[in-house]
Ligand binder design. Structure first.
Ligand SMILES: Cc1ncc(C[n+]2csc(CCOP(=O)(O)OP(=O)(O)O)c2C)c(N)n1
Ligand code: SF4
Ligand SMILES: [Mg+2]
Length: 343
């Protein structure tokens, strides 16, 4: 078949929402899901497709946002949605974007910009599917967004620890005991920083939190309009896995930012912009103590003062010693020593 002369690899025009009153009223993730009360990941799904609008295809890897959203014969998705295997969000995004492009180029479907979003959990994305996401972010000719919703555990299968579970957290794989209090002793992966630093063809990487809904939707809009593959990391409080009253979800999201544990930033064409309360911290506002965030969650109920001090010291190090505060983890060294290569 002859190639369509009208085909252009365009993205949609999605202007940022200028305030909450300007947000569109239509919903594309509605009732019909069975996530827990207070589930922030469900809110992320709702805001994500609200931002992208009706001409969107969503792909989702196995996890809470698959299982709880597609219970037998019911679904909250109004846009086309497809499940993909646990470690496959990257390849699903790339394959769908490539498929659409080929069909449009060959004139087999109408040439129009369609948003492709693949979401993954922290287990599916930051652990099992890291390779696929990384590969996708190198293919600059395909327009797609990978959104990692990070509830800091393999939640759907009953809260096993992932590479994104915070230090010391109580999970079904790391229950605190009398002999070993903190079974989980690894520090969480720096997923957005890793994606931003390691993928020169990826034009946009951002971190978001649904406690700041309009900002979050605007980052999704930017990611979908800039062109090429993009990546967003969302931190999602999870009442079941983090063990807290569901009414605290929003507050915990805010505290994650205000304590400096989860910095909000976007990296566009290699330029870094902190935003929201993270920018205020960069500009001099004091960070709240991490204990205000940690002690509201049952998964840290076993923490002693020593554990809290260790956690605080690690967060302080991220802000005070990293090459780019809270983003790039290389330590700053004295320039004269670095030139001589001495320690
Ligand atoms: C290859 C493979 N291994 C294991 C599973 C079982 N499994 C289904 S969902 C899930 C947890 C996924 O965790 P995450 O990606 O963080 O999503 P969440 O459940 O937290 O939303 C696991 C282990 C699977 N579906 N496929
Ligand atoms: S376990 Fe957590 S992520 Fe899963 S549905 Fe419940 S609140 Fe949401
Ligand atoms: Mg998870």
């Amino acid at each position: 078949m002859a190639e369509a002369t009208t085909f252009k690899n365009e993205t949609q025009i999605l202007e940022p929402f200028r305030g909450i009153k300007k947000v569109t009223i239509e919903e594309y993730f509605t009732s019909g899901h069975r996530t827990c009360q207070g589930c922030e990941s469900a809110l992320v799904m709702k805001l994500m497709v609200k931002a992208s609008g009706p001409r969107t295809i969503v792909l989702g890897s196995t996890g809470c946002m698959y299982v709880a959203n597609t219970t037998y014969y019911t679904t909250p998705w109004v846009v086309p949605w497809m499940h993909t295997q646990l470690g496959s969000s990257g390849s699903a995004a790339l394959g769908t974007a490539a498929g659409l492009k080929a069909l449009m180029r060959k004139g087999k479907m109408k040439s129009e910009p369609i948003n492709v979003i693949a979401f993954c959990g922290d287990g599916g994305g930051a652990d099992m599917g890291l390779n696929g996401i990384s590969a996708t972010l190198t293919h600059k000719d395909y327009n797609c967004l990978i959104l990692l919703y990070d509830n800091e555990s393999y939640a759907n299968t009953d809260i096993q620890l992932s590479g994104m579970t915070p230090y010391g957290a109580n999970t079904t794989f790391s229950p605190p005991g009398k002999v070993i209090r903190n079974v989980h002793k690894r520090w969480k992966k720096n997923m957005a920083g890793m994606m931003a630093a390691g993928h020169p063809e990826c034009r946009y990487v951002a971190t978001v939190c649904a406690s700041y809904a309009v900002e979050m939707m605007n980052k999704v809009r930017r990611a979908l309009t800039i062109g090429g593959p993009t990546f967003i990391h969302s931190l999602d409080p999870c009442p079941k896995g983090w063990d807290y009253d569901p009414m605290l979800s929003h507050e915990l999201g805010e505290l994650a930012i205000e304590t400096g544990i989860f910095p909000l930033y976007e990296m566009e064409d290699g330029e870094l912009r902190y935003y929201g309360k993270t920018k205020a911290i960069v500009d001099g506002r004091a960070r709240k103590p991490v204990r205000e965030y940690l002690l509201k969650q049952g998964r840290f109920a076993h923490f002693t003062e020593e554990d809290l001090a260790y956690f605080q010291a690690k967060v302080d190090e991220m802000w005070d010693k990293w090459e780019v505060p809270a983003v790039v983890p290389f330590k700053r060294v004295d320039a004269s020593k670095a030139a001589l290569n001495v320690k």
